[in-house]
Write a protein that binds this ligand. Structure first.
Ligand SMILES: O=C(O)c1ccccc1NCC(=O)[C@H](O)[C@H](O)COP(=O)(O)O
Length: 211
């Protein structure tokens, strides 16, 4: 099985090109103004022009007013919305677009119930619980993921070239998502780290299919 790869938090043309060239399945733009990786919709629209067909464009929002999400969707060709805050299921489905729901994982969060209440999400994105909602590069305890959690599972939170192979072997996610782990500085991607991360994912996939 091919683990899909999303590279998140892109802010520069060269970084978009590097992610696409490395073989990313999806790239993410952060539309959360307090984030150092924030891009304004007009800027994201410019960057999105470089993205070829069959690479998804993911728009990440945190508790944004619905009008802001709709206005961003009108400017940027977003294939998939990613809700990374405290958004309710009714809000997430109100945009009539495919969406991912981020679960900020910590002990006590009932992921089975979380998945059930977001059952029409295209997938659950599991990230570490941090103050400030995300992008902190923190790994969470993967044993908190219940076996057999239904639906498309995206593993994120502090993934790097050094731990992504282990993460795939243990969790067997459908996709992995990385931001901090392929950065030279906040919002600035390191192209060698992107290539190495993608190679590590492919090596983990090959190890699984070889048994
Ligand atoms: O990137 C941010 O600054 C950010 C801010 C608020 C919520 C989420 C944010 N980022 C999440 C991501 O970029 C990813 O989807 C992902 O979870 C990977 O994060 P990382 O641990 O940095 O690899």
């Amino acid at each position: 099985m091919k683990t899909r790869i999303k590279i998140c938090g892109l802010t520069r043309e060269a970084d978009v090109d590097a992610a696409v060239a490395a073989g990313a399945d999806a790239i993410g733009f952060v539309f959360y103004p307090p984030s150092p990786r924030y891009v304004a919709p007009a800027r994201a629209a410019e960057l999105a022009r470089r993205v070829p067909p069959f690479v998804d464009i993911v728009g990440l929002f945190v508790n944004a007013p619905a009008g802001e999400v709709a206005a961003t969707c009108a400017q940027v060709p977003i294939n998939l919305l990613q809700f990374h805050g405290d958004e309710a299921p009714d809000y997430c489905r109100s945009f009539a677009r495919p969406w991912l729901r981020a679960a900020r994982v910590r002990p006590g969060l009932d992921l089975v119930e979380f998945a059930r209440s977001h059952s029409d999400a295209r997938g659950l994105l599991l990230d570490a619980f941090v103050d400030g909602y995300g992008g902190g590069g923190h790994v969470f305890d993967w044993t908190l993921i219940p076996p057999g959690l239904p639906g498309f599972l995206v593993l994120s939170g502090g993934l790097t070239v050094d731990n992504v192979g282990d993460a795939i072997a243990r969790v067997r996610p459908d996709a992995v998502d990385v931001s901090s782990g392929v950065e030279a500085g906040k919002g600035i991607k390191d192209h060698d780290k992107i290539a190495a991360f993608v190679a590590a994912v492919r090596a983990a996939d090959a190890a699984i299919s070889e048994g």
